[in-house]
Design a protein around this ligand. Structure first.
Ligand code: GLN
Length: 202
């Protein structure tokens, strides 16, 4: 079987290899991309977890922010996990003053939102969009989605002690974002969902 679609993993910083492995497992053709000229051959893009401030700084320094925004404007699907979710947010709270994003999802995201005591945690979360079994979600200094616009679909939440559920997975048209890291668990259903979005779109 020919691997398809061609999905680039933005490779300026973050857990690139893990996303490549998950993409490979769901039959896509992954490649690590770090130059704008590589974008034209891609059907879709993943922005991995890592550190969004560093990613923003490097993308700006290497002249990639414009091409990333153009990629998004072309309508091709993008999936962002954790720092990648922050990169897809139209607005960031607790970011650095010079931090920029690719944007595209009408949401406000709060960086490092779960706080120091629970810097990292794991949870079994029901997310019917990804399948019947709950998703084992790994959060590492994760953001949450503070608010969303009306065109944003919520795919997953974490219950919180204050009673307010925290949004941790969203989709707006061809853009998908999760606060957690499915690429670290061996559960490929989020990647499968993303690749299905791309295949349906092509
Ligand atoms: N806290 C990181 C940031 O602000 C995200 C952490 C992650 O991607 N694991 O970018």
């Amino acid at each position: 079987m020919i691997a398809w679609p061609s999905v680039g993993v933005l490779s300026i910083q973050g857990d690139v290899r893990e996303h490549m492995r998950s993409l490979d497992e769901v039959g896509a053709a992954p490649s690590a991309v770090k130059h704008a000229y590589e974008f034209s051959a891609l059907d879709a893009l993943i922005i991995p977890g890592g550190e969004s401030t560093t990613m923003s700084k490097r993308a700006l320094a290497e002249g990639l922010m414009g091409p990333l925004r153009d990629f998004r404007a072309s309508g091709r699907p993008i999936y962002g996990s954790c720092a990648g979710m922050i990169m897809l947010a139209d607005e960031v709270l607790d970011g650095r003053p010079d931090q920029e994003t690719v944007g595209g999802i009408d949401m406000v995201v709060r960086r490092n939102a779960f706080g120091r005591q629970v810097d990292s945690f794991e949870a079994q979360l029901p997310m019917p969009a990804f399948g019947r079994e709950p998703v084992h979600a790994v959060f590492i200094r994760a953001p949450w989605v503070e608010s969303i616009g009306e065109d944003v679909e919520v795919l997953g939440t974490v219950p919180s002690e204050s009673g307010a559920d925290r949004i941790v997975a969203v989709r707006q048209n061809n853009l998908l974002a999760t606060s957690f890291h499915p690429e670290l668990t061996g559960d490929t259903r989020v990647h499968q969902y993303f690749v299905s979005m791309v295949r349906r779109d092509s």
